[in-house]
Design a protein around this ligand. Structure first.
Ligand code: ZN
Length: 190
């Protein structure tokens, strides 16, 4: 038998819905808002256009308008996006919400709890040899590798830190793909 079995397991991180927004409501002081069904509001003023994404306080239902475009010349906008704003296209709502520029401009952060899932290709079996895993992010969900790996392998975080080797820092949140190797529990003797 070959002494080296190279198993690579592909994992995927993808969103299952839209994340909530962490932002302070001026009315009720709640710190959570939702895009709900996802609606834009467009206001034309001559050749200039204002576009907002409407979000709702999860506690008192107050509507907040998040600035997407502020007095933008109509011609500067992609015609497909323009249509999308008018019909509140769900894909455009998602890409607008996930655009870091919107968060910076409107001072909120995304709350991804419950809005993503980890797909593991096959059940994890604790093999007596090193196993390689490649994680691909289909959506930019910020996750700490150590937590993600613990969840995917069903191991404690301390065991993950002990047995996992990776080029990425395991405790720093990432939104991009990475690979890691899981070492066996007991290193076989030569
Ligand atoms: Zn509120």
């Amino acid at each position: 038998m070959s002494s080296h079995l190279n198993i690579v397991l592909p994992w995927g991180v993808r969103r299952t819905g839209l994340p909530l927004l962490s932002m302070r409501c001026p009315d009720c002081r709640s710190e959570s808002a939702t895009t709900g069904d996802g609606r834009f509001r467009v206001n034309a003023n001559g050749k200039l256009l204002d576009v907002w994404l409407l979000v709702r306080c999860t506690s008192c239902d107050r509507t907040h308008k998040l600035t997407v475009h502020d007095r933008a010349p109509v011609r500067s906008l992609d015609p497909a996006d323009l249509d999308g704003y008018h019909i509140s296209d769900p894909d455009l709502v998602a890409s607008t919400l996930l655009d870091p520029q919107l968060a910076r401009r409107n001072r909120f952060t995304l709350d991804w709890s419950g809005a993503w899932r980890l797909d593991v290709s096959s059940p994890w079996l604790d093999e007596p040899w090193p196993v390689d895993v490649e994680v691909e992010f289909e959506d930019p969900v910020p996750l700490r590798p150590e937590r993600l790996i613990a969840q995917g392998l069903g191991l404690s975080r301390s065991e993950v830190l002990r047995r996992v080797k990776s080029d990425v820092p395991l405790r720093r949140p990432t939104t991009t793909g990475f690979a890691f190797t899981v070492m066996p529990t007991v290193v076989p003797k030569e």
